[in-house]
Ligand binder design. Sequence first.
Ligand SMILES: NC(=O)c1ccc[n+]([C@@H]2O[C@H](COP(=O)([O-])OP(=O)(O)OC[C@H]3O[C@@H](n4cnc5c(N)ncnc54)[C@H](O)[C@@H]3O)[C@@H](O)[C@H]2O)c1
Length: 460
Amino acid sequence: MKQELGRKFMGWDAGFASRADSGDLSVGIIGLGYVGLPTAIGFRDAGFNVWGVDLSDRIINALHEGRNPLGDPDLDDMIPAPDSDRWTITRSTAEATAACDVLIVTVPTPVSDDLKPDLTYVESAGRAVFEAAGKGNRKVVILESTVYPGVTASTWLPILDELGLTEGVDVEVAYCPERFNPGDPNHGVRQVARVIGCSDPVVGESLVHLYRRLTVEDVRYVGKVEVAEATKVIENVQRDINIALVNELAQIFPELDLDVEDVLSAAATKWNFHRYTPGIGVGGHCIPVDPYYMMQRAQEVGVPAELITAARAVNRMMPRHVSGVLRELLYRAGVPADGGRVLFLGWSYKAGVGDARETPADPLAASLIETGISVSTWDPYLSAEDIPDGIDVIEDIDAASDFDMVVLATAHPECMDLDWQGLCARMRTPILYDGRRVLDLDAMQAMGWKANAVGSPNKY
Ligand SMILES: NC(=O)c1ccc[n+]([C@@H]2O[C@H](COP(=O)([O-])OP(=O)(O)OC[C@H]3O[C@@H](n4cnc5c(N)ncnc54)[C@H](O)[C@@H]3O)[C@@H](O)[C@H]2O)c1
């Protein structure tokens, strides 16, 4: 039988911090995707009464059956049984808001087709919470979605005004960015440091108590909401810039007949050199998206974010650059320009996760297909419906044959550990391209592959 909290009070008061310390709070998570679901499970494991809300039938139905709806296999054994204590899954934000002290919003923040921030999910999820929050209840509403500085105030405060609610009287608003890394058990929701922004320092400090139960790492109140918002976005901007540098070097050095990895290994002997690995491009819901949020805000205040813009352009163009390299390899091996057959190993944007959002495999494949090359893929983490039309999906890698080139697009362990010798024997032309710099090219060559890699001069 489910056990619920017996209290009447639901919201913020002077006893909030001590109730957080003892787990005596109900926490609602709005949006149960890659961030929200592990967050909901994390708060439940930390002892809180948890309500999870999503609008997607796929997510709700899976959770109502105790199944993992996401492509992150780390969650497979963690989904609470539907009748578990302190665990309620619903489509109704109103119901969850009425039942909870704290509402945490973890909805998507994508970019539109013209690469502008799309804040419609933040707006509508916030509206649904505030409409149900009621006057005087002091529900705590925390945004965790990644946004640029100013979004929480500019998106949510007008809704409060419209509904006749006052921050600090009827509701408390805060921002606490999520920084965990899906597919990486060492940096899960219970292991990453958190920063909290809130216009009221007393409320902000009390929220430190809430998140301290969630994570073993540092939790800090950092001042106003905008500081916490900016923190998250610059973390991803910095990664985009660092990766762009190494991706640019991966284009320059092969022209100088140098392998970028040899140069990076040598440079990394210096104490303050930070090493990054080049690849076919940058994917996922964060790094290829968040810099556009920062660029938008910089533009609004009249500052040209030139470095951020240039880095984004380098990473965005990387699949097109790699496509040119692959076409040259096929041409050199005598494969007719419009008859080549290329197999991508992996399609997800990152290793070990079945998440194809913004995967660089997509523009790379599209660019090859444009020139008449056919593209197939094998990804043990994805099903056929996750792969775009026009790409042939290989179910059994041990039966894959007659390809002219294999591109390691995602370094899934299953891709690294496959029978490379057997696959080589079944190729029409045994060209290999390591798009992640994870393979031992000499060993591959010894097996009979014409082994090449991103950032390395084309050998064959
Ligand atoms: N995925 C990551 O690795 C990661 C890491 C840190 C931060 N973030 C940020 O976290 C946010 C969420 O990302 P995600 O990867 O979890 O997205 P996601 O698409 O996996 O999940 C979002 C979920 O929200 C649901 N949703 C949308 N509108 C809703 C509403 N009004 N009410 C209830 N549910 C609603 C969707 O159905 C979906 O299941 C984004 O801002 C992202 O940038 C993501």
